[in-house]
Write a protein that binds this ligand. Structure first.
Ligand code: AMP
Length: 397
């Protein structure tokens, strides 16, 4: 039975899950955290036990070496030969990738030149890939892109109304993100609810919505980068672009400082002044904090606006899905959003049931609802594992 490794490498962390395929059985998972520091952590969860070690992990190569050592040491695998493919999550695939790809020198080069579109992750993904390649040189590796699922959008859905030459010359357009998650949700939405027109709400610390028809993405809320779309934990989402110029004049800050503020100090954090975490904002909101209350309403309104526009874009809808940290766990935010759209869309929701659901799949709409509404926990790693398995069976991806 082949084993495959799903990897998500960030600049200071490397998360992993080992699967047995085709059963999609998760064998172990964990991460190396605070890579680059003397007090980094290595975590392995296996057989119901969690092993944690604090030690220096100065680079990704060391993180991968520790992981492979641990797999043998704790008896997860008898030999590293059991790992038949490594799948790497890559955030930005730009115009080059509409599906997963062999992680060969050409893919490496394309990810490298896409760095300006994803300065936070691109180089980290390459570090993760190279570290595995060094440790397991004969094991095939694939890249699975967050943007790939959105490549089916039409020009009028992905272009910005800027001078056309900029769109062409600089590839400045909407790419979206969370595509692997939206794809997973679309598959389950069709399989479990027979839905063809799906509005998928991946709402967590980063949030995006996608309009999906017959399994293909027709529109998504994130833009050139994950800053676009709905309000998020620390990101603004969509705004009038003149906010940048106006605030530069008011505050004396330059474009780069403001861009950083729009990415890291806005959203729930900036509006509430409390936290980027909706658990804290919800608590403050309920205990009367005015800024927290407006943050909650602003978020719900933004998500509701997108649901409304995607309902129109899809010519109706069969299913609305809530997923990711907020969508799976927060009955409060689901209710705020649904209250904003239920009248227009003819939704009938079992709010009693909604209040009880946390972290598991459930249909929360009533039979008389014009559109079904479901909570579906997402699983991006299993999508990576599936592509790895395809690579093993077909010999290519
Ligand atoms: P994600 O990025 O999908 O892992 O989502 C993480 C975010 O989900 C956190 O920052 C919280 O804002 C939110 N979240 C997680 N659990 C809960 C919960 N029980 N109630 C409200 N929000 C939650």
């Amino acid at each position: 039975m082949p084993k495959v490794m799903a990897v998500n490498a960030g600049s200071s962390s490397l998360k992993y899950k080992l699967y047995q395929m085709p059963e999609e059985k998760e064998i172990c998972s964990g991460m190396a955290d605070k890579i680059g520091h003397e007090d980094a952590a290595f975590i392995l969860k296996f057989n119901g036990e969690k092993h944690v070690e604090t030690l220096p992990i100065l680079d990704h190569t060391k993180a991968v070496a520790l992981l492979l050592e641990a797999l043998v040491k704790f008896g997860v695998v008898a030999s590293l030969d059991e790992i038949e493919c490594v799948g790497h999550r890559v955030v930005q695939g730009g115009k080059y990738f509409s599906k997963s790809a062999e992680f060969d020198p050409d893919t490496e080069h394309k990810i490298d030149i896409l760095t300006p579109l994803d300065p936070l992750h691109a180089q980290a993904h390459l570090l993760g890939f190279r570290a595995f390649k060094k440790a397991l040189p004969n094991v095939p590796a694939i890249a699975v892109f967050d943007t790939a699922f959105h490549q089916t959008m039409e020009e009028e859905d992905y272009l910005f109304p800027i001078p056309y030459e900029y769109s062409v010359k600089y590839d400045c357009r909407r790419y979206g993100a969370h595509g692997t998650s939206h794809n997973y949700l679309a598959i389950l939405g069709e399989k479990n609810y027979g839905a063809k027109r799906i509005i998928s709400c991946h709402i967590g610390s980063g949030s995006s919505l996608a309009a999906i028809k017959d399994g293909k993405c027709v529109a998504t809320s994130m833009g050139l980068t994950p800053l676009g779309g709905v309000m998020m934990g620390t990101r603004t989402g969509d705004m009038d672009p003149s906010v940048m110029d106006y605030l530069a004049t008011c505050t004396g800050k330059d474009v780069h400082e403001l861009y950083d503020i729009f990415n890291k100090k806005s959203g729930f954090l900036g509006v509430s002044g409390v936290s980027n975490d909706t658990r804290d904002v919800e608590e403050a909101d309920k205990s009367g904090n005015k800024q927290a209350q407006i943050a909650s309403k602003l978020f719900a309104r933004r998500v509701a606006d997108y649901i409304g526009s995607y309902y129109v874009r899809l010519g109706g809808a069969d299913l609305i899905i809530f997923s990711a940290g907020i969508g799976e766990n927060s009955a409060y935010y689901r209710e705020l959003i649904l209250k904003d759209v239920e009248e227009a869309l003819g939704l009938k929701i079992d709010y009693e049931l909604n209040s009880k659901i946390r972290g598991k799949e459930a249909l929360i709409s009533l039979p008389e609802s014009k559109i079904k509404v479901a909570i579906i926990p997402t699983d991006e790693e299993v999508m990576i594992a599936r592509d790895c398995y395809k690579r093993i069976v077909d010999g290519r991806i």
